[in-house]
Design a protein around this ligand. Structure first.
Ligand code: ATP
Ligand code: MG
Length: 467
């Protein structure tokens, strides 16, 4: 009996502690068993893998690409990992290769517009490769919260695996024999549909708080559950996101909301209490009006983003940020109008206010803030669709985004804008001559002189200076 208990507890222990490097077992999944063929792998990634192999290095396809191929999903990008150091990768691929990154040094091998990212195995300095203490200090560093500042200690595959985030992201496809190496029980987690952090979750989140956001993104994208021990610390560690560089946070926001699963990502971020660290002002309004308008606008904007991505259409960060910050911006605008600002000044000041506050959480590159302002400002100009004005608006470089934004507002409940939105839909379907007649008709017949459509609901005083 005692033996039986021992056996069972050993089984339970060993199956749940695969992410512990001392007890993990390396499993090789043969070509025959995993069924992934080279035809499914991007030809440039294959070229890089073969190039490294020919030069005598080990080379593996790693991370999301192997995970997605195992799941039958088309990978977004193909990452390669090797024992060649970045400079050696440069020697092989010469002009094709560019070395990038300080925090995490990488090689980019370019084929026209396509880039294959090549990383060198990361180590911890404790593995087989001896590294002097001085060199270690130069290459790997954490701050007093445990956050990794640099991670440029090179190592072996046996070390690299433990630096990866989730088990399902730690599969290595070996170009030498087309097998897949699984150290951390990834195959089992894929079968279970489970996201599990490698190592001690709290330490791993402290090292890099972005892993909390990545957990949300992968859970939404893959439809996986987050394993309990991986999930629990997120509720209490969210505030560490404040320490992440704002530029990186901006990139992560795009990955989150341009994943094709933005609605689900949004719900999960809220559920785990992380949304407030990404869009604090939107979070504040959402908490005031849980059932109301702002939530609907955000959801409709995210739905529309998901639909565009699934249809293979382009998406623009400024649309996303304009939608997320529309309600906070409108609220600020009302305050400024109450302070007797002109409409245009109120809009300008409100946009400044919300952007200034947002960049405390995530940066927004200048070109996008300029576009956000245009989308917002056009919301007040689209109702002025009389005569030649419509022509001017239609050729505005942000017209299309502003028109889509108007559509989202209609879907989110501003039904009084439906007539205006439909007007613009019809207008765009006409040829230029018909457009003139259509826009003039509007002016002469339907809305003679005093049209209410053109009036700005926020304007308290007459302000003819606008436009
Ligand atoms: P996607 O489908 O979004 O490309 P991915 O898993 O490939 O997902 P990437 O950001 O492309 O994600 O990263 C490639 C791999 O690098 C990951 O699969 C993971 O193994 C590792 N990785 C990336 N970011 C981190 C991180 N913050 N901490 C630890 N490992 C990471
Ligand atoms: Mg990837």
């Amino acid at each position: 009996m005692q033996n039986f208990i021992k056996k069972v507890s050993f089984f339970l222990f060993s199956s749940s502690s695969n992410t512990d490097r001392n007890t993990s077992k390396r499993t090789i999944i043969s070509r025959k068993k995993h069924g992934i063929s080279r035809k499914q792998i991007d030809k440039h990634a294959l070229d890089v893998l073969y190039g490294l192999k020919r030069a005598g290095y080990d080379a593996y396809l790693v991370g999301g690409a192997v995970r997605d191929l195992m799941l039958g999903i088309e990978p977004k990008d193909f990452d390669v990992v090797t024992n060649a150091e970045p400079e050696q990768v440069k020697q092989i691929f010469k002009k094709r290769c560019r070395l990038i990154g300080r925090r995490f040094r990488l090689a980019h091998v370019g084929y026209g517009r396509n880039i294959v990212e090549v990383a060198t195995f990361r180590g911890d300095g404790e593995g087989e490769k001896k590294i002097s203490r001085k060199q270690l200090n130069n290459t790997r560093a954490t701050d007093d919260t445990g956050k990794l500042l640099r991670d440029n200690v090179y190592g072996t595959i046996n070390e690299d695996i433990w630096r990866r985030d989730f088990t399902v992201n730690s599969l290595y496809y070996n170009i030498k024999d087309f097998s897949i190496i699984d150290y951390a029980g990834a195959e089992e987690d894929i079968k279970k549909g489970q996201l599990r952090l490698i190592g001690d979750p709290k330490t791993r989140y402290r090292e890099d708080p972005v892993r909390m956001i990545r957990a949300i993104r992968f859970a939404a994208k893959l439809g996986f559950d987050i394993e309990q021990k991986t999930k629990d610390p997120i509720y209490e560690m969210g505030s560490l996101l404040k320490n992440v560089s704002h530029a990186r946070m901006f990139e992560e926001v795009l990955k989150l909301f341009h994943s094709g699963f933005a609605v689900e990502v949004f719900e999960k971020l809220r559920q785990f209490g992380l949304f407030k660290y990404i869009f604090p002002q939107t979070h504040h309004l959402l908490s005031l009006e849980e059932q109301g308008f702002p939530r609907m606008l955000v959801i409709e904007a995210l739905k529309s983003t998901d639909q565009r991505i699934q249809a293979g259409k382009s998406v623009n960060p400024s649309f996303l940020f304009a939608a997320m910050l529309w309600e906070p911006m409108k609220q600020r605008m009302e305050q400024h109008l109450a302070e007797d600002f002109t409409h245009q000044d109120a809009l300008y000041a409100a946009a400044n206010d919300v952007i200034r506050e947002q960049i405390i959480a995530t940066s927004i590159p200048k070109r996008f803030t300029a576009q956000m302002r245009e989308i917002w400002s056009l919301q007040f100009r689209l109702p002025k669709n009389n005569g030649v004005k419509s022509q001017k608006l239609q050729v505005h470089r942000r017209f299309r985004a502003a028109y889509d934004f108007l559509g989202v507002r209609v879907l989110a409940g501003e039904t009084e804008l439906k007539e205006l939105f439909d007007w613009w839909t019809v207008y765009q379907q006409k040829n230029p001559l018909e457009q003139v007649a259509y826009a003039n008709n509007l002016q002469q017949d339907k809305y003679p002189k005093k049209t209410n459509l053109g009036r700005n609901p926020y304007r308290k005083r007459r302000d003819d200076s606008e436009e």
